[in-house]
Ligand binder design. Structure first.
Ligand SMILES: C[S@@+](CC[C@H](N)C(=O)[O-])C[C@H]1O[C@@H](n2cnc3c(N)ncnc32)[C@H](O)[C@@H]1O
Length: 537
């Protein structure tokens, strides 16, 4: 398969492994005021560069995120926006200089953009669940690079669709050539075979608008509409679809070209009273079939989304944001309805985790909260935003949507919910590859617990009743983490007796070991040396 090459690719290919693991530090919590409706509260908003933030999420969320929506900078070259759109943010420039080095001096803005995206997509892929789906908004500035890159990272067979989003209805009088009214949303599965079919959510007005007929006598399957059995010209000609059908008066009706259904299907439909014979003024018969709103299990008919999304426009995103903040403080936010449309068509579990690592004004949070409010779901969001407005805009929007906003007849009721606002803390390992004493001991313990597959909720606190070194149990093995930032720990007979009373499969982390190999094996004890045996993410 053809692959994409660009300046700096070989330098960023494995870069995600070198990104330091930083612990996430809680800054504050927000909970909608008492009396607000129930909505998800285990949400997060993280301020920081998403490369490091995504890495920090790995211990808790690797292979757990069902849906990722990202809207990265489109690299338009326009630097006058609130956020830097063309990878010229000083922090990204500094990062590129460090990672790509001298070669970076010859980079075009497209090379830079690809270098920025590559390691982030690698980490996003790791966070995605086996049956997870990633969606990326993009336009013509980078779509021709993004698609082969995604094909390479996800596998082209996992590409579900390159949706065209018709984002505006017109305008563009100043355009010299064609007026661009669309952009794209690339949708990839982690494993195409693991995801369910896409479907549009049921339309609540379908019965009153389309399915207006009912069978008075045979009211078994509820409302229906009628559709002509005569196939349109769009269908290829097939001989077995051209045959006579007997009308109620005994005459034979032939199609002009062919029917939609084969003879056996029509015979079945006649038996089930699913055909509808009409007669025009000239006396000619026409045949229609009944299309029911619900199947025979009572499940409402769902239609597949089209690859072109129409009817949702950029303007709506700006209007919604202006209603929340009373001013235009962010350019081109996505409409929440665009994101909720994609979330709905994926048929995600109602408690799915949804991640947006280029959060901007926080539209994804808004869409998730709204969807939960509509269907009683408990979907959770994780947002990452690098800029200073992560709190004043991204998180503030979530707060207002949760608590309600606007006054008078413009008041919008709160949707409820809460989140924790986090920042990137110190790196877990210092420059000498030793555990960083600046990192809180419980954060280090959480990292070790994750490595030893101890579930988060089974991780013991330092002040647990058993012993400060006790970490937890996993797969029939007890785990002790003998670590003190200011002191070397040594597993000897005295410490062993303090930690366990009778032999059982046990793993000890410590700085040193003073017990022999035979002794350890005989008593089913294992040892891992700090920091050597702590694996790096
Ligand atoms: C196109 S905007 C997203 C808009 C968003 N979908 C909305 O509806 O408001 C891209 C956002 O990604 C942020 N961003 C860019 N690079 C980032 C990085 N490395 N880490 C975290 N955020 C980043 C930008 O600051 C900007 O807010």
């Amino acid at each position: 398969m053809p692959t994409l090459h660009w300046v700096g690719k070989d330098k960023v290919k494995h870069h995600h492994r070198d990104v330091p693991y930083r612990v996430l530090v809680d800054d504050h919590r927000y909970q909608a005021p008492a009396g607000s409706p129930d909505n998800s509260s285990a949400n997060r908003i993280i301020q920081g560069d998403n490369l490091e933030a995504l890495k920090s999420l790995l211990p808790e969320f690797e292979a757990k995120v069902q849906c990722i929506y990202i809207d990265p900078p489109y690299n338009t070259g326009n630097e006058s926006w609130v956020y830097n759109d063309n990878v010229n943010d000083p922090r990204i420039k500094k990062w590129l200089g460090q990672v790509v080095g001298k070669e970076g001096e010859d980079m075009s803005r497209h090379d830079k953009w690809l270098c920025m995206m590559y390691p982030r997509l690698k980490l996003l892929h790791r966070l995605l669940a086996h049956d997870g789906v990633l969606l990326v908004s993009i336009d013509d500035n980078e779509v021709q690079h993004l698609r082969p890159l995604m094909d390479e990272l996800f596998g082209s067979k996992n590409r579900i669709e390159q949706f065209i989003w018709k984002k505006s209805y017109g305008g563009g009088a100043k355009e010299r050539y064609a007026v661009t009214v669309h952009e794209y949303v690339l949708m990839y599965a982690k494993n195409i075979d693991a995801i369910s079919e896409l479907s549009l959510p049921p339309d609540p007005s379908a019965e009153s608008r389309y399915y207006k007929l009912t069978d008075e006598k045979l009211n078994t399957r509820g409302p229906f509409r009628i559709k002509p059995l005569e196939a349109t010209k769009s269908m290829d000609r097939r001989d077995n679809l051209n045959y006579p059908i007997e009308a109620p008066d005994g005459s034979m009706i032939l199609p002009k070209r062919q029917w939609w259904w084969a003879k056996e299907r029509v015979e079945q439909a006649i038996k089930n009273n699913e055909l509808y014979f009409g007669r025009g003024k000239s006396g000619d018969w026409s045949i229609s079939y009944k299309q029911y709103l619900r199947d025979d299990q009572g499940i409402e008919r769902q239609s597949k989304p089209f690859s072109i999304i129409d009817g949702i426009y950029t303007q709506t995103g700006s209007t919604v944001l202006r209603e929340i903040f009373d001013s235009q403080i962010f350019q081109f936010p996505k409409p929440p309805s665009l994101i909720s449309l994609f979330l709905s068509m994926l048929n995600l579990p109602k408690d799915a985790i949804i991640l947006d690592s280029f959060a901007g004004s926080g539209t994804t949070a808004h869409a998730v909260l709204k969807l939960n409010a509509q269907d009683g779901g408990n979907r959770r969001f994780i947002l990452i935003e690098m800029m200073d407005y992560a709190n004043s805009l991204t998180a503030e929007r979530a707060r207002r949507v949760m608590a309600g906003y606007g006054t008078g007849d413009k008041a919008v009721a709160g949707l409820g919910g809460g989140f924790v606002y986090q920042q990137l803390g110190a790196p877990l390992f210092d420059g000498e590859q030793q555990l960083n004493p600046a990192v809180a001991v419980q954060a280090v313990r959480a990292y070790i617990a994750w490595q030893e597959c101890i579930p988060r909720d089974a991780l013991a606190a330092v002040d647990n009743a058993r012993h400060p070194y006790w970490l937890g149990e996993a797969n029939g093995q007890q785990v002790f983490f003998c670590y003190e930032p200011q002191r070397i720990t040594c597993l000897d007979l005295e410490l062993l007796a303090e930690l366990i009373q009778s032999p059982a499969p046990t793993l000890f982390y410590a700085d040193q070991l003073a017990l022999g190999e035979d002794f350890m094996r005989t008593h089913k004890l294992r040892f891992k040396k700090i920091p050597r045996d702590i694996s790096r993410l």
